[in-house]
Design a protein around this ligand. Structure first.
Ligand SMILES: [Zn+2]
Length: 494
């Protein structure tokens, strides 16, 4: 193996002998040096200007479901095809519109009859599918009376539904995880409908209209106040009729997926960035920056054979709830998932008031979410080493689930990446480390019309493009730091 790789590195270094470093003992080191040299901030900026042009020509944005998104998709796919990649357009569904045709209805039909008041006692979750279900209610891991502080994990774990009788209506309490996760778990357990009720602490008792961005469970879903939940949970064999009368219009966008033609398909190194903006603006920092940076890395990488297969993803509909990455991961058969050794995410890498933040793979910051899957710490370390080699400081950023790495770590794929900050404020300590303005947002134009070509820090963009190139190149040749999760069906290659 080593011999083949060494020969290959010698071959690819040939045209660059003059520029090549003296020590080329390790192929990963040599390739990283080479790729970092080839990747240019100016090329990344050219892609950013193209995204700005696209937004300007399409009503000022590149959001899911718009011609601005389609034009961004076509631009990226075209560049990748010209570079020699095998490019796939991977369909992604999203909710184009949701219409409530008439108010929802929730009526206890047994043991007693009692009708609850729509838009007061309960609301249909947006975008609930239509449905008319009469069934027994079954509580799912409820904490009644509620704990002193919000902490219910009702419906957050698939195992909460052990013993759930398919065809019943799941009664679930608010708390800990996203409503969408509770709904998905209920759907997977065969629930005919779901009633989520507010958790019950002070300030957490009323129902309200909420958009949870989830509809794929295909079941009607409502959000009820605490009193409804308490009553239904306390009534033995309560049966209810639940009606949601709505129309969900589904649209389709595409992830752009590109893969190197070389490298072991049993060992896939994956890089991703979301390509959609919010409707409010052109989305040049969020996330033209990450898209443009990995596009430039992909174009330069295409010139040389790699040992491991490298796959680039430009995600659709991230701003609508990570839909592109979520549907992609969900669609992969287990064996395909197991081949993805790691996932690197780049979402906002040129914030005007930037900090170099690395996803906290080892949870060394001890805040928020716990550590990423095994291997995530090593990914963070590799980025740290790169920044360290340039005498640049880094800080951690929590795996808070706000970008496309979420679906990957949820299935155990180690992840990492760089983030330069969004609407949060730069701390005094960060201003000392990185310069810029303490107490101001990292990106004051976050999700606004002013996230234009003027809303990027060129230095951060250039450094991060190099950091991406460095890590991509190293993992393209050496995955020894990343633990293997399962044996792929067949390996081969390098
Ligand atoms: Zn973003």
């Amino acid at each position: 193996m080593r011999r083949i790789v060494t020969a290959l590195i010698t071959a690819l270094a040939l045209p660059l002998t003059a520029a090549a470093p003296a020590h080329t003992a390790e192929p990963a080191d040599a390739y990283a040096d080479l790729l970092v040299k080839k990747v240019k901030g100016a090329n990344v900026e050219e892609h950013l200007r193209a995204f700005q042009k696209i937004a300007t020509a399409h009503g000022g944005n590149r959001a899911a479901g718009t011609t601005g998104y389609d034009a961004s998709r076509d631009y990226v796919a075209d560049k990748l095809r010209r570079a020699g990649y095998k490019v796939t357009l991977d369909p992604v569904q999203f909710v184009e519109s949701w219409t409530e045709n008439s108010p929802p209805a929730l009526t206890e039909t047994a043991p007693e009859r009692r009708a609850y008041v729509p838009k007061q006692d309960f609301f249909a979750f947006e975008p609930s599918p239509a449905g008319d279900v009469t069934a027994q209610v079954q509580g799912v891991d409820l904490t009644l009376p509620p704990a002193a502080t919000p902490s219910s994990t009702s419906g957050c774990e698939a195992s909460d539904f052990d013993g759930f009788v398919a065809g019943r209506i799941a009664l679930v309490q608010r708390g800990t995880c996203a409503f969408s996760q509770k709904v998905r778990n209920a759907g997977a357990a065969g629930a005919a409908a779901i009633i989520v009720f507010n958790e019950g602490q002070k300030g957490r008792t009323e129902a309200e209209q909420l958009d949870i961005g989830e509809w794929r469970a295909g079941i009607p879903m409502v959000y009820a106040d605490y009193a409804v939940g308490e009553r239904l949970a306390g009534t033995e064999d309560a049966t209810v009729r639940l009606t949601v009368d709505s129309t969900v219009a589904i649209g389709t966008d595409h992830n752009v997926i590109a893969e190197t033609r070389t490298g072991d398909p049993g060992n896939v190194v994956m890089l991703g960035a979301h390509l959609d903006s919010v409707p409010a603006g052109p989305g040049i920092n969020d996330n033209g920056s990450g898209s443009a940076a990995i596009l430039e890395v992909a174009e330069e990488m295409a010139r040389f054979p790699v040992k491991n297969r490298v796959r680039f993803a430009f995600w659709a509909a991230e701003e609508l709830g990570l839909l592109g990455s979520d549907q992609y991961v969900a669609s992969l058969p287990r064996t395909e998932r197991d081949r993805i050794r790691l996932y690197l995410n780049f979402d906002m890498v040129a914030s005007p008031n930037f900090a170099y933040k690395l996803y906290d793979g080892d949870d060394s910051d001890d805040t928020g979410a716990s550590a990423g899957p095994p291997g995530s710490a090593q990914i963070e370390e590799q980025f740290e080493t790169f920044f360290g080699s340039r005498d640049l400081p880094t800080v951690g950023t929590d795996f808070d689930g706000r970008s496309d790495y979420g679906p990957f770590i949820a299935v155990g794929i180690p992840a990492g990446g760089i983030f330069t900050g969004a609407e949060g404020s730069k701390t005094a300590e960060e201003a000392k480390l990185f310069g810029g303005t303490a107490g101001s947002a990292y990106d004051a134009c976050y999700h606004q019309a002013c996230d234009t070509i003027r809303n990027v820090n060129g230095t951060a963009l250039d450094v991060n493009a190099d950091a991406i190139a460095d890590s991509a190149a190293r993992f393209a040749f050496d995955l020894s730091s990343i633990p293997r999760r399962a044996t792929p069906a067949h390996g081969g290659g390098g």
